[in-house]
Structure formats: structure tokens, C-alpha cells
Design a protein around this ligand. Sequence first.
Ligand code: PLP
Length: 379
Amino acid sequence: MHFDTKAVHAGVKPDPSTGAIMTPIFQTSTYVQKSPGDHKGFEYSRTQNPTKYALQESIAALENADHGLVFGSGLAAIDAVLKLFKPGDEVISGNDLYGGTYRLFTKVFEGLGIKFHFIDLDNISNIENFINDNTKLIWLETPTNPMMSIIDIKGAAAIAKAHDVLLAVDNTFATPYLQTPLDLGADIVMHSVTKYLGGHSDVVMGALAIKDSELAKKLAFIQNASGAVSGPFDCFLVLRGIKTLHLRMERHCANGKRVAEYLNNHPKINKVYWPGFENHPNHAVAKEQMKDFGGMVSFTLLEDDQEASFRIMESLKLFALAESLGGVESLANHPASMTHAGIPRDQRYKVGLLDSLIRLSVGVENAENLIADLEQAIG
Ligand code: PLP
């Protein structure tokens, strides 16, 4: 089935009791049993909930997975993956990733005895330098947040398989509309559903998509045992959001291209980070593994001046100054002081995350209006 059709229909069936075309919000914590253990497959909503099940089926279908799991946030989904491991195990991770993921790895799981290697994955053969008998997981984002680096998923999967190591891909920036990592050999796909899948800046949620049934069983056990599940109303909102994912992504990509090209020609801008440029270091990989280049664009100023970037951000009228991304409305974020404040400055500078870097989540408004807003703010 084509992606657009899956986006509209997967997981959602007419309600058998009424014919309601949308899955009802089963806002219930528990389910009545006839006799102890004699029930309709539903006992307690941390474990089973029909609205959650519909969403999990929808996300699994979009990612070409067999199993989907949704969590109270993206970080809760990552937390569940890391709980597969024990002290002494090692994780190889990209060195440009969401600040909250870095914080979870270094401030929580490092303390529990898991060792992390944050490495440059522009060239995936670098993984071989860090892999050893204790390595259990390769974790990557692509495109990365906020530097828009592209990592070769197929190549990373081949290395992971050769060493019997799991590969997890945070697919938040691309969404399954642009790339499906499981088809390229990844074992786990993770989403901050808060972003494009929800799409309307009204939900915080995470998800995992998995093909392997044994691995899915372990993660579902952790989901239920740790309890970071998402509520039925939030699941309903995301089911609704997903129905237009393909339409929104088309516009995000078109607007992202217009904004990236505009910024690239602006005399006050130093560097624009967007994988659609032919001189992007991994443009060829992006073209190979993605359908288009997405709606995220980062840029730095001619002089690395944080005050100047603050002035631009304060002057924007249409782009809202806010954390998060992937909603229909355009947002501007200052990673160094906002989303990535938890990453030490020297670490940030190693990957080019300068104090003047601004990250834009280009929404689905009219591109002319967005460019006019940038024009008046940058001057
Ligand atoms: N991964 C990426 C790429 C993100 O951008 C974020 C949040 O910004 C997360 C994970 C964490 O997701 P959440 O905020 O839903 O916990």
C-alpha cells in the first residue's frame, strides 16, 4: 500500500459498536471482567488501550515495522531502549544529537554503568574504531539535530550486523515519509512523536517501531514495567495528525528548500546547514536514503555573535521563538541556549554548533511570507 493511503487508514478501523470512522478515545483506566481473568483482552490501560493500539499499529505500518510502541515522550522511548542493557555494555552514538538524548545518556545511563562513545559518523567506517565485544548498540540521528548531518543508515546497519550489535535510528527529523530505516537494516526506529508525527504542537509523545518480535517483546515489557505510556486522548490527537503527514511533509520540504536557498544567498549569513545542497558533505547519501530533504534548516552568522542571533530571533514576527519543531507553524530556536544547552560548549564547537547558530523548523505557511519575515529580521 502507498504511504499516503497508509497515513490515512493504517490502524484506524470503524468502531464495531457504532461505525464511528475515527477510533474513539477510550478514556478509561480499567475494564470490567466477568470473572477474574475472564475479560475481552483488556485489563488495565497502562498495558492495553484500544486508542493506543490503533496508534501503535499506524506508526508500525508507516515505518514498515511489525510492532509499534508509544511512550509518554521521545525521551521515554529512548530510555526504554537503553534499559535493554546492563553495566559494562557499550553504546556508540553520533556526536551531534538532541541535547536531551545526550543528557539522558551521560547523566543517567553513564551513572548506571553503560559506556558511551560519541563519535563522528559522517564517515561510518569510524564505527569500526570503537566497536568491541562489549558494544551492544549503535545510536544515530539522521538528519542530526541541529547540524543536519546525514549518516549512511545502510552502511551503519551492515557494520552493526557484522558485529551482532543493534542499530537504532532516531527518525524524528525525517519521518517515515522521507526515510524508513528498518528497510535499510536498522533494528529499532525511534520518534519524538511530539514533532512531525503529531504535527500540531499539541502533544508530547515518543514511539519505537521494530520488526523483530523478540526484541519488540522485550521493549513492550519495559514499556509496561516502567510505565511511561501515553494517554488515550494524546493517542487520538496523533492518529488525527498522521492522516495528513504526507501532505504536511510535502509542504515542509518545499518551504525548507525555499528558506535554505534564500539564506544561502544572504550576505549576512555564514553557513547554511541543509542536506539538499549539492555541496553538503553527505548529499549523495541523503539523495539515496531520503525521498526529499525535510523542513529543518540551521545557519550561522558571518561573525559568531550570540547577541546578533538573539536580535534576529527577537525580531521575527511569523517564526515563533520556541523549542520543539515539526509543527505546522514555523519556529526558530537557539540550540546553544535552548535545546542543546546541556552539551558542554567545547563539545558543541567540535561539531560546528556555534553560539550564533539558529535552527529553523520551517512550517507549512506561505513561503513568501516566511522569507519576508526572515528578510525584515536579518536586515
Ligand atoms: N530526538 C530528537 C531528534 C528530538 O529533537 C527530541 C526533542 O526535541 C527528542 C528526541 C526528545 O523527544 P521528546 O521531547 O518528545 O521527549
